[in-house]
Structures are given as C-alpha cells and as structure tokens.
Ligand binder design. Sequence first.
Ligand code: URA
Length: 444
Amino acid sequence: VRAVDIIIKKRDKKELAKEEIEFFVEGFTRGDIPDYQASALAMAVLLNGMTPIETTDLALAMAHSGDIIDLSKYVHVAVDKHSTGGVGDKTTLVVGPAVAACGLPVGKMSGRGLGYSGGTLDKLESIPGFRADLTTEEFIQQLINLGLVVCGQTADLAPADGKLYALRDVTGTVPAIPLIASSIMSKKIASGAQAIVLDVKVGLGAFMKSLGEGKKLAELMVSIASLADRRAIALLSDMNQPLGNAVGNALELKEAIDTLKGGGPQDFREHCFQVASQMLVIGGEAANEEEAHDRVFKSLENGSALDKFEKMVQAQGGDASVVEQVEKLPKASLEKTILSSREGFIETVNAQTVGEVVVELGGGRYKKGDEINYGVGIIVRIKVGDKIAIGQPLVSIHANSEAGIRMAEEKILGAISWSDDPVQPLPYFYGKINQGIGETGMNQ
Ligand code: URA
C-alpha cells in the first residue's frame, strides 16, 4: 500500500478498508507519512465523507496510536462526559463533583478553549496554583483516592489525533463530521472511561449549527462507542444563546461554585441535572432518571458536591479557599452594566458573538500558547423570550480597558435581536440518542 493510493481512493469517493486506515494512521503517527499527505486525506474526507464503519475504524486506529488506559483495573466503573464545545459551558465543573459525590468515579480529560468556545482547563486554571498537567499515574491515583479528577490530555494518549487536529486547524478541515466524531471518540476510548455522556451542542454558538448535523454527529459517536464496547448516550442541547449567565474563565468558575452551593442560573442548573443524571444512570449508580435527579439534587443541597470540588482543587495544587472567598479569583479592572434603551422581547443572543467578544477581551487565545486573561468576560443577564423594559440590565462587561468596554458594548448589542411580539423561550434540550435504541424525545 502507498499513502497516495489511499488519498486517491478517498478522492474518488470510495470506501477505505480498515487495513488502509490503520496503515495511514500508523505511518502518520511515526512520521513516515508527511503532513501534506495527511492534510490531503483530511480534505478528501471533508469533501467526500466517510461511512460509519470507516469513521469507527479511524477512531479506533487513532485511539490505538498511543497508550490506552484501562480504568476498569482501578475502579468499578469510570464515567466521563464530553461536550462538543460551546459558550458559557462550565458543566463539567458542576457535574463532575456532583456525580463523584453520588459515588460514581469521574475521570475526565478536558481541553482548552478552541476558537470562541471556552475550555474547562482554562476555567480551572483561573484558580491560583491549579495544575491541569497530570501524568497518567497521577490521573489514576487521584481517581482511586478521590473519585474525581479533571486534567489535560496526557501526551501519550491518541497522539495521531493531536497531530491531525493541528493540521485540520490550519487546512480548513475541522468541520467534517467523520473527523470530529473520530477525533472526540479516539480520546474518550484511550482515556479509559467505560461509560460516556456526550453533550452535543447545536445552534449559533456550536460547531453543529443545525439539529440535523448535531443528530448525525451524536449518532456516529454513540455507534463508535458501541463498536468499542463502551456505554454511551448523547444529549442534543441548545447552544444558540450562552449557557447560564457567565462567559469568561473566572466568571464561569464563580457561577459553577454558586451552582455547587445550590444556586446558579435556572438553565444551567437544569442542564447540569440532566447531564449528571444521565451519567449516574449510564454508570449503573442510579436505577432511573428520577432517582438520579434526586441524588444529584441532594449532593448540591447537602454540600457533598462542593466538598468534592474543593478536594479536587486541593489535590491538584490549587488554592481551595477560593470556594469560600470567590473574591480571590482574578478580576478585570473595569465593569460596566449595559441598560436597555428599548422595550420588547429578546429574540436572539448570538452565543458565537458573545464567545468572540470574550476572546477579544483577552479571555481566549488566537494561537496556541497565547496568555489568557482570566478575569475578563461577560455576564449575560437576558435569555431568549424575556420581556425587557427600558432601563433593565442586559449584560455586564468585565474588561481591562475602556477600549475593551466600548468594543464589547458595540458587538454585544449587535448580537442581541428584538421582537415587539412575544418570543418562545429556547428549549434546553432537543433529544437524546441511546445505544441501539436511537433517538428519543426528552422531558424538560
Ligand atoms: N473537539 C475535538 O476533540 N475534536 C474535534 O475535531 C472537534 C472538537
């Protein structure tokens, strides 16, 4: 086999065999197949697609390009959750501790911000001293000792995906459903979770802009999990408007802490209840969603989830006193609340624009390795469907310069659209995809 023949085959819209995919991934990982050939194949896949079988073969080949952790040797079952990325998505910070407090070990490898979509590690690193770069050994030890660990992906997991993702990022080949599904699932399979809840975001602020695309991605990932002998369920959740109110690293961490204390914005709380409940059910810790919901509720009410969070922060070298003294978290030097100059109903709050503004304020990166400003961000005080009066607060901008405040004010006001007539609130979820059962609706 020659790499070029595999590229030609995909260029000509033919189906690749498992052996061909494995040959390509192995050669690319070793460095025998150069970047330009991997980029050409990625583009051929973006243009011509892959079947579910090819996508699964690609996910498994990338998972096997490095170490595969077998967590079943250490804990009875390890659950994981993965969000396809969004704006204001601080779900892991709440559901990880809540699920762990209910007795189910959560071992999660998270990512950093990608474009305008935020990353869990950046949010955690707004805590002074917090270490996200654990070794595989440390990851396993903390999972055994505490039942909760959230860290970065270790270098020896799915290295083929790391290399390919870097190429995709600069060759316009990120938004290909087979490449996204295999990229995400290769890492989930390699990091050892036996049960995975996939939170597939759909809407203006998500990779998947339409429900149809979101469903396709969700179905593919769930079927890859089945073929890799892992339990999985996918939720399709709204990402047209930001999740919760806070967007920006330290602001989101603070909102997550509020939620762990039993407060938090209604939509974010509901989202966390749903994701955490699915984790408890799929991990075999609760018999059904009602029982799971009750247990998650109790973990937030009785402080056990908050306690898990504090212990995780401590175990990873962070200053856990921020939980009680959130004012210790990084803060921007300026804050301005924008009041409404009109009345009406909120029709859109474009999540992507809000995310982009936070990156521009310094809360995200334009290129790998850029320094992040943890304190900046936006508190969005409105939701689609809200009836707003003149003078009511719309958003609060946290920035480090007057120019930043002006930029954010102009762009955020442009991200909000209005209607004189009542507007339906957005649903939190659009459905879920079960293994072997397919799609079902969801109670809200
Ligand atoms: N997240 C990933 O890990 N990979 C992708 O391709 C897209 C989002």
